[in-house]
Structures are given as C-alpha cells and as structure tokens.
Design a binder for this molecule. Structure first.
Ligand code: ZN
Length: 356
C-alpha cells in the first residue's frame, strides 16, 4: 500500500491510498476555492449532559449534484473535482463543510446555562472507489481491505490530534437516509468529546459483573444462533435481540480489540467477504437498494479502551417495500424505540439471502 499526502487549493489535506507503489499522485488542485469556514460551536445541554454542534455554515453544502458534476469522481481534462488526480483507488480528504475542524472562530457567552466551546476536531470524507455508480456491497475483497487500511490509518492519525476524544468512521447510504452525494463514500468524524451512545455502552460495560459485556453478548448470540446472519472464523454478524431498527445487524470480530487500527491483517481480510455479503442480503430483501447507516463503534481515545469492543452497527430504516421507519414521537422525543419487525424474523430473512 502506498500513502500519499497532498493539499487542496484551500489548504485541506487529501490522502491517496494506492495498491500500486508506482501510482503518480503529483496532480495539483487548480480550482479557486473560498477560504475554509470556521468550525461549528459546541453547546452543552446541562439537562442531557450532551454536546450539540451548531454549524450554520453547513446549510450551503452541495446537494445531490448531477453525475457529471460529482465532486467525488476523479478530475478530468475538462473538469476539476475534489480529487485532483484522474484516477484513484481510495482517497480521504478533509470535508469542505466540516462539523468539527481546527479552524476556530470566536465563541462568546450565549447566556442560559449552556457552556460554549469551539468544535475542534476533524471531519473527513472517504471515497471507497472511483466508480461513481458502484456501491460498498459490490467492492472486491481487495478494495474493502484497502478501505480498511485507510480507516485504520485515519483512526490512528486522528486519535493523535489534540482534543480529539473519539474517532467514528461511518457510511450513510441512500437518499432516504439524507445523503447529499450519490458517489460511494463514507465519512470520519473525530469528535472533541465521547459520543452519547458510547458513553451509555461503556457505562453498562463498567457496571457489568461478568467478563467483558460486549464479548459476552457476542458469545451468547453465537450460542443461541437464532439471530446470527453470517459468520466466519474471525467475525460474526447478528441481529441484536433488542434491535431498535427493522433491519439491524451488528458485526463483531471474535477477538476483543479497541479500534480498527488494532485489527490484524487476517481480521481485515476476513471482514470483507462477510460484510459485503450482509450488504448484498440487505439489498436482496426487497429487491431495491436499501438505505442504511453503517457505524463503526470504536473505543474512545483516552478511556475505556479495555472495556470497549470494536464492532460495526448497521441498520436500515426500510421496514417493507415502499415503507420507511421514521423517528416519530416516541423515538425522537423520548428516545424510546418501537420496532415492528421481530429480530428473529429479520435474521431469518437476511440469512436466507446470504450468497456464498
Ligand atoms: Zn462520482
């Protein structure tokens, strides 16, 4: 793998991850770009003990441009995109409209009981492939392995930035989920705080009196078997017993590691065929591309690293052909989920569509 760091016209970093050691990455960004916006501000909600990022500048971001104006396709003789090169394998660059960045404005007292601080951190875009009309489910195993190398590299690098507390690689897929660009890509958020869901999970893990809570959940699901969707020697994918979403799959490595950077080469290689087969099963459920969110849960940078357990939580808001689950009153207002699909039935449906 060859890793090349370059910079875009407005100073943002762009990193090529190439399979070939002789890839030429000397192309320069010739666009005239506006200066980068300042970071959002963080406001603390004393009632929920959560930080909320307020990012006014994000309203102007690119929204579903036509294919021939895709900013994530390689550049060409006639058009300059976000990626200066005319081709690429995997590329990562700083988001032009980030929720978190190192580019601070000034933040004052806003009154109320809310503490305010700059949204330090970093937001990156990961292009999974240069092929605009592809999808993660159709990537080759070698391509997924390269994406995983990029994720691992970014996790290690972003964890080292001052103030970063958690690194979160994820993919939003489908217009129903609110994606603004169709090109296969994901994002990485390097948060200046530990996210609410991770805090909850680590709190539960610290109060658990057995072994490692996540490891015990995995072992129990493997033993029960009724909700297992697919597995191989190093990974298992299962629908959690108390799934919140109509179709929700958690993917765990069999070995407890804190983050993607800690996976072995064998574990990365074994993830690719398992995960893409689960994604294809999702798409096969109703014969339409399923909208989904795929979220890597990694240990925080500074605490809970022995309690945490790297895993991926994948879920779709589609519950039937033509029917989406929206977060309505109970979920949105109270955080209390009601799921209309029996997890064992969801697992059975997915399992029957796994191709081997
Ligand atoms: Zn594209």
């Amino acid at each position: 793998m060859k890793r090349t760091i370059t910079h875009l016209a407005d100073g943002r970093e762009l990193i090529y991850f190439d399979r070939r050691d002789d890839a030429d990455r000397s192309a320069i960004d010739r666009r005239a770009l506006d200066p980068r916006p300042v970071a959002s501000e963080l406001r603390y909600d004393p009632l929920t003990e959560e930080w909320i990022a307020i990012a006014g500048h994000r309203q102007t971001r690119t929204f579903l441009p036509p294919t021939d104006e895709c900013p994530l396709c390689p550049s060409s003789d006639t058009r300059a995109s976000e990626i200066p090169s005319y081709d690429y394998d995997v590329v990562v660059f700083e988001n032009r409209f980030p929720s978190f960045s190192g580019n601070f404005g000034t933040y004052g007292d806003v009154g109320g009981l809310s503490e305010v601080r700059p949204g330090m951190g970093r937001c990156e875009v990961v292009c999974f492939t240069s092929e605009h009309s592809s999808s993660f489910s159709r990537l080759s195993n070698a391509q997924v392995a390269l994406v995983m190398e990029a994720w691992a590299d970014r996790t290690a690098e972003l964890s080292g930035i001052e103030g970063v507390e958690q690194v979160f690689p994820f993919e939003n897929r489908g217009e129903e989920i609110g994606i603004t660009l169709a090109h296969p890509h994901g994002q990485i958020y390097a948060y200046p705080y530990v996210t609410p869901r991770t805090k909850l999970q680590l709190g539960a893990a610290s109060r658990y009196t057995g072994g490692n809570l996540f490891a015990d959940v995995l072992a129990a699901e493997r033993s029960a078997g009724t909700r297992v969707v697919a597995s191989n020697e190093l990974w298992t994918a299962f629908v959690p017993a108390a799934a919140r979403w109509p179709f929700e799959v958690h993917v765990y490595p069999h070995r407890q590691v804190p983050d993607l950077a800690a996976l072995s080469e064998e574990e990365r290689a074994a993830f690719a065929p398992l995960y893409t087969s689960v994604l294809r099963a999702l798409d096969a459920l109703f014969g339409v591309a399923m909208p989904y969110i795929s979220a890597w849960h990694q240990a925080p940078v500074r605490y809970g690293r022995d309690l945490a357990y790297l895993h991926l939580e994948l879920f779709s808001i589609r519950r039937a052909p033509g029917k989406l689950k929206f977060l309505a009153g109970s979920e949105s207002a109270m955080g209390a989920f009601v799921n209309d699909v029996l997890p064992e039935e969801a697992a059975r449906m997915l399992r029957s569509r796994i191709d081997h």
